[in-house]
Write a protein that binds this ligand. Structure first.
Ligand code: ATP
Ligand code: MG
Length: 296
């Protein structure tokens, strides 16, 4: 029975930039939840897994305190909470299990357009939601500047006269530009991480985790791979397979002709238009590049 014994608790962001990608990754791995928006906890269908949906800021602490077994959270929040806990003497250990390749962003310092360089920050006030990451960077740079902690509207602080610069998450830079700020320096790059705690699981929980990790790897691998099918002239077969970004193409006879064969291959990367055009020039036809849904 897969649903008895201690259950594996996973914390994820309830609603925000990580929620959709987190749910679709779990779903692609075959872990489905019947989500009711008001409920904090959801049970997986057919797996001994419970999903806790919380503010992203709470996820690292829930893992580090052993309240949940796994968490999916941005590295920016993870590192901010870890630094804060180290200073306040709370448990700050975790195990990074997988980088999940979504939620990409960077934490940057931005100032008014006229100023440049980190030296310009000396003695200034910097508004941020990430005081620990900022202080850590200032210390490493040997700069004296004062973080001003704001939990929202950080980007308007300079215009409002609350600070001289900001340290905030950037993905496109449009928000900065709209507020007359220019990105000066990236201090931290982030993506979503699956985290756990080392050696704290029962045998059954560990087995569930191993199974999920294998499936996550399969999903990741499948997302990066393509299935390629084409018809190739028999006498150019060697040149054709040399062009394919794949190790062991399958070559099959075609019913209607002796001069052509079908070539099927799993490629570890996408097939570029240029390569497809070269294949056509070699006499290939019916060239198809298909997404792969699952891989094991
Ligand atoms: P919560 O209510 O859970 O505290 P929040 O407002 O703090 O939500 P979001 O804005 O939803 O957080 O961002 C969550 C995380 O998504 C960020 O901490 C970061 O890791 C990542 N993130 C931030 N900006 C982007 C972006 N533009 N694109 C993708 N991911 C981002
Ligand atoms: Mg948050």
């Amino acid at each position: 029975d897969t649903t008895s014994g201690p259950r594996l608790k996973i914390a994820m962001q309830k609603s925000g930039r990580l929620s959709d990608d987190t749910l679709s990754l779990l779903q692609a791995s075959g872990v489905r939840f019947n989500l009711q928006s008001a409920k904090l906890i959801a049970h997986a269908e057919g797996w001994p897994i419970d999903l806790l949906r919380v503010r992203d800021d709470d996820i690292p602490g829930l893992v580090m305190d052993g309240v949940v077994d796994l968490g999916i959270v941005g590295e920016n929040v993870l590192e901010e909470v870890r630094l804060e806990r180290l200073q306040t003497g709370s448990p700050a250990d975790y195990q990074a299990l997988r980088s999940l390749d979504f939620g990409h962003c960077r934490l940057s310092i931005a100032t008014r357009l006229e100023e440049h360089g980190s030296a310009a920050l000396e003695g200034r006030r910097i508004a941020t939601t990430y005081p620990y990451l900022l202080r850590d960077w200032l210390r490493r740079e040997g700069l004296n500047a004062s973080p001003v902690v704001l939990t929202g509207s950080v980007e308007v602080a300079p215009r409002a006269g609350l600070a001289d610069a900001i340290c905030d998450l950037v993905s496109t830079g449009a928000t900065l530009e709209a507020n007359g700020l220019r990105e000066q320096q990236v201090i931290f790059r982030s993506q979503a991480q699956l985290i756990g705690r080392p050696g704290d699981l029962s045998q059954g929980q560990q087995a569930t985790l191993d199974r999920i990790l294998r499936r996550l790897d399969g999903v990741q691998q499948a997302r990066e791979s393509k299935y390629i099918m084409l018809h190739a002239p028999k006498e150019r077969l060697e040149e054709v397979t040399a062009l394919l970004p794949a190790d062991h193409p399958t070559v099959l006879p075609l019913g209607h002709t002796d001069t052509e064969v079908a070539v099927h291959a799993v490629s570890t990367e996408n097939l570029f238009w240029e390569t497809m055009e070269q294949l056509r020039e070699l006499g290939c036809s019916s060239i198809l590049v298909l997404p792969i849904e699952k891989m094991l």
